[in-house]
Design a protein around this ligand. Sequence first.
Ligand SMILES: [Mg+2]
Length: 266
Amino acid sequence: MRERKPRQPRTPRPPRETRVRRGPPPPLDAGCALFLDIDGTLLDIAATPDSVRVGPRLAALLPAVSTLLSGAIALVTGRAIRDTDRMFGELVLPVAGQHGCERRDAEGTLHLHAPNPVTLARLRRLIAEFAARHEGLSLEDKGSTLALHYRAAPQLASHVHQVMRAQVEFAREEGFRLQRGKRLLEVRPEGRDKGTAIRDFMQERPFRGRLPVFVGDDRTDEHGFAVVRSMHGIAVKVGPGPTIANHRLDDVAAVRHWLDDAVAKA
Ligand SMILES: [Mg+2]
């Protein structure tokens, strides 16, 4: 008899390549708690984060989904909360920003996880100087996290990764980590991620006791998928690529369609 492989730890797990074909998620129903990434999930990724716009259809759709779920909907993003508020205008939803470093719960209370300001300031200066030396690199200072975007200079990818790894090394002891994203590298304090944010929401009304559903497209979303799956919920990866999610939707349009369907059937 063959020996059984030891069980994998449940969370967090790095994404694995797999040949399993993941089907679309089941229809959203009134008993779900829905967590949504923004860029690459609700909205197509644009040349710069500032040029992403929320159109009238999405602005109308999200309140309808919120009504269906009795308010159990939250945005879970790498963007800063102030940035999401600028994007969504009148529509004020519960939101976790900067990969869980900041979170506004359903009552409107803000929860902050602030990193060491001295280390953060030194990192900001080093990365800003690096970005200034190369055309096409831009530093996005979100407050607790720093993102270096190289979408406009993809040929610099390996250089950016190498330099950033070296720059951040001194801050590792302070608990800062590098996080890869789509054509960007982020420095963020460890201990908070999209998974911890979802776990926090799930302990509060109106999320508590519901089936968690998380939809995201990027590596940082894998933390969220792990938490949702550990709660027997529905993890939905948007687009191709390795993932631990148990469902897949092809693109932003498919996500919108899935949300539209849920509202139409309600
Ligand atoms: Mg995304």
